[in-house]
Design a protein around this ligand. Sequence first.
Ligand SMILES: [Fe+2]
Ligand SMILES: [Fe+2]
Length: 270
Amino acid sequence: MISVLVEGDGHSGEILGLAHPDHWPKGKRRLSQLRWDWRRARLKEIGRVDIHIIGGDMVDGHGRKESLGLLTTDLGEQAQWAAEAIAEVKADYRYFTYGTPFHVVGLMKTEDLVAREFGAHPRVEWAIGPLHGVRILDRHSIGNSAIPYGQGTPMWKEWVRDQIQAVMEDFKAANLQIRHHVHWFFEMRNAKGCVVVCPTLKFRTPPDGSGSPYPWGLRPQYHDIGFLLIEIDRSGEVYVRPQIMPMKAIAPREYICPSIKGNSSADRAR
Ligand SMILES: [Fe+2]
Ligand SMILES: [Fe+2]
């Protein structure tokens, strides 16, 4: 069995992003500690893997107006925090994929610094394989969908595009497509292969807007925290084992009812 551990979207440097809990101010470490401990325990259980794919957005970037949501604007420090988290994964081979330019490109490509810690250099896409006959293509971006049941459309688009491009440009299409960026886990398969979207390692923005203002736009339908363990057996069968942090975001909605005289609902609101 060949094991591939896939993660990304750690957004280190952001208040909600992945980093060792010591990087948070004292008294504000509880959530980050829970996430760090959960991931460390899962990684210990999984043990050493053959391949570690780090699919981009491992740092949050300089932020501009979003710097309000950063723990540090020092990109060197963000890269260091990301590298510390990545080093927790024991792997024989590591592949770094560039993330969204907004987060990872400033005056420099911050992910170059992260990868350098491991003697590696990121690429926009990695074509890995064949692994027991399976060809992987990892890229960061994929289209999002606000339609509650629409997640498969951008995923299958990536699949079909690769099939067409393979014919036009005379290469072998990948039969395991991996994407990141949208911060939810989804998997789609047909008889010929599989498309999978990796969850994020960053917490969801709470209703009070803590963290960066970047995700204040259209609210996401899904948000999954964790990573993927993918195993490929000798016959080329692909087992996707999502490692999702068991957490329930309790964000009760409390309506504010101003005291407007004559409001027929005022009594019921109390
Ligand atoms: Fe991201
Ligand atoms: Fe992204």
